[in-house]
Design a protein around this ligand. Structure first.
Ligand code: SAM
Length: 269
């Protein structure tokens, strides 16, 4: 396994929620506002993780059914607790080979997942296959290449200062294809029609340094896995340097922002 993917460490649902889930829960409703779907649809949420997007669908769009798919049983367990609803089912699945019949859903979506899939075009083709003709296929990912997730960029900038070898683990190095234009192009290449893209920006404000630092010590996600695996003395140095260099507001909070790119299209027959 490549060093980078070893460090992705997608298992512990609680820890993911403390690191990224708190922010992905804010992006999901904004993405759904933009999609503006009808109520009563059959949905599939690919790479559902702990259920941030699925929960927003249930809360706002009264689905007829919703199937959430993810390879991580640990995340699915948490998703089942987060979204207890008889219309919703969470199953193990891989985006590149959806174990679902063709034309089974009205709308197939994916939140913050596509960059982790090696064969992205294949994943989008699979999403289109599962959607009914004319049905929506849509996704969003963080804007990694231009440092759009500011708190992550701040972490890695200092981490790489102290350990240049960590550069290969940074999301801007690993996911350079996550630009707005590339993602829309990928959707068209994958056979989607009527492709449109949108920017979604949210505030990711940390109350204080501990609120920023603690999720990085929990080990779930690329940066936390790197941080948690550092020897204690190096982790202490990283903590001290971050603490001294973050852009604090007057009240001690840290007002970062995070940007995602959203893309939507339609499945053709
Ligand atoms: C950043 S999390 C996003 C989870 C959730 N959609 C959200 O918005 O919070 C990325 C998710 O992609 C999943 N994932 C990674 N590789 C995948 C694949 N090949 N097929 C489906 N999901 C995958 C991970 O298990 C993880 O749950």
């Amino acid at each position: 396994m490549a060093r980078a993917s070893q460090h992705d460490a997608w298992q512990a649902g609680d820890n993911y929620d403390r690191y990224m889930g708190r922010w992905s829960r804010q992006v999901a409703p904004r993405f759904l506002d933009w999609l503006h779907p009808a109520r009563g649809l059959d949905w599939v949420d690919v790479g559902c993780g702990t259920g941030a997007l699925s929960a927003a669908i249930v809360a706002g769009y009264d689905p007829k059914s919703l199937i959430g798919l993810d390879p991580s049983e640990g995340f699915l367990e948490k998703a089942r607790l987060n979204v207890p609803d008889p219309r919703v089912e969470f199953r193990v699945g891989d985006a590149q080979m959806l174990a679902m019949p063709s034309q089974a859903a009205d709308i197939v979506v994916s939140g913050l997942m596509l960059n982790f899939v090696p064969r992205r075009e294949e994943a989008l083709r699979e999403m289109a296959r599962v959607a009914r003709p004319g049905g929506r296929v849509a996704f969003y990912v963080w804007d990694y290449p231009s440092g759009g997730v500011e708190f992550m960029r701040a972490f890695w900038t200092i981490a790489v200062d102290l350990d240049p070898a960590a550069q290969d683990l940074t999301e801007n190095r690993r996911f350079p294809f996550c630009t707005r234009d590339n993602l829309a192009h990928l959707a068209r290449q994958s056979g989607l029609a009527e492709v449109e893209d949108e920017e979604i920006e949210i505030a990711t404000r940390f109350e204080n340094f501990d609120d920023f630092w603690r999720p990085f010590t929990l080990g779930t996600g690329p940066a936390p896995a790197y941080c948690a695996n550092l020897p204690a003395d190096r982790r202490r140095k990283l903590r001290e340097k971050l603490k001294a260099n973050l852009p604090y507001a007057d009240d001690g909070s840290i007002p970062f922002k995070a940007r995602a790119w959203a893309v939507r299209g339609r499945a053709v027959e």
